[in-house]
Design a protein around this ligand. Structure first.
Ligand code: UTP
Length: 226
């Protein structure tokens, strides 16, 4: 039974905060937990995080400060999901990756948000997968997967069903980080996924059932592998 890290985009759960979808995720994750999966969920801050970044920037704050307020937004979203998952998940939203192994000994599901300035929760999810030795990362986004070009600009963009780590690097590994960066996978995370060859599935997060399909080996979204 593969344990996995599920990174849910703020664009999915929190733009604006979607209570019905959070309930939908809690149902699917409970079911998977009862089947024996251990799951770390990492939520993003979405619109709330970007709005807070905007306030901090307009007050003349440096990027680190902008990031810190955005991290709190991702943790609020994490707390909502954690509470919905009780008692399968603890109400503790951990602030450190080092805390995860102990929590996952006691709970089938743990939910966290951001970690520290200078990254996005994509990187948090990859660092956690590495620490825990979980072999699969799922990124639930507001698209059906990775496209060959931006589908919001190019109507003829087509979804990529499967790609290797080199192509991931070509597409996402070379962009530069800035607070509030919007990319389907952030560059730091893309580099780590490629370096450590972590199997990753990018899928449509508005349908929580997709998670179940992906972990059970069905074709859904874009699969990134070696
Ligand atoms: P998120 O990772 O919360 O993005 O980062 P998101 O809302 O889910 O975005 P999508 O849905 O994937 O597009 C938002 C911002 O929060 C700060 C950064 O500024 C980041 O751009 N952040 C988040 C950190 O600085 N550190 C973290 O560990 C997480």
């Amino acid at each position: 039974m593969p344990d996995f890290v599920l990174r849910i985009g703020g664009s999915v759960l929190a733009s604006p905060i979607n209570p019905r979808l959070i309930t939908g995720y809690s149902r699917v994750l409970r079911r998977l937990a009862s089947e024996g999966f251990r799951i770390l969920v990492v939520t993003g801050g979405g619109e709330l995080a970007r709005r807070l970044i905007g306030y901090a920037r307009s007050m003349g704050m440096p990027v680190d400060s902008q990031d810190r307020v955005a991290i709190q937004a991702s943790r609020v979203v994490a707390q909502l999901l954690a509470e919905a998952l009780k008692p399968v998940a603890p109400s503790e939203v951990p602030y450190r990756i080092g805390r995860l192994p102990r929590l996952l000994e006691r709970f089938k599901v743990v939910v966290m948000g951001g970690l520290r300035p200078g990254m996005t929760t994509d990187t948090v999810a990859v660092l956690a997968a590495l620490k825990l030795g979980f072999p699969l990362l799922i990124k639930a986004t507001d698209r059906d997967g990775v496209y060959d070009k931006d589908p919001s600009i190019y109507p003829d963009a087509s979804k990529i069903d499967s790609m290797d780590f080199d192509r991931l690097m070509d597409m996402f590994g070379r962009i530069h980080y800035k607070a509030g960066l919007k990319s389907i996978i952030d560059p730091k995370a893309a580099r780590l996924i490629a370096r450590h060859r972590i199997k990753t599935v990018v899928l449509n997060g508005f349908k929580p059932e997709n998670i179940e399909l992906a972990v059970k080996g069905h074709k859904v979204g874009t699969i990134i592998h070696g």
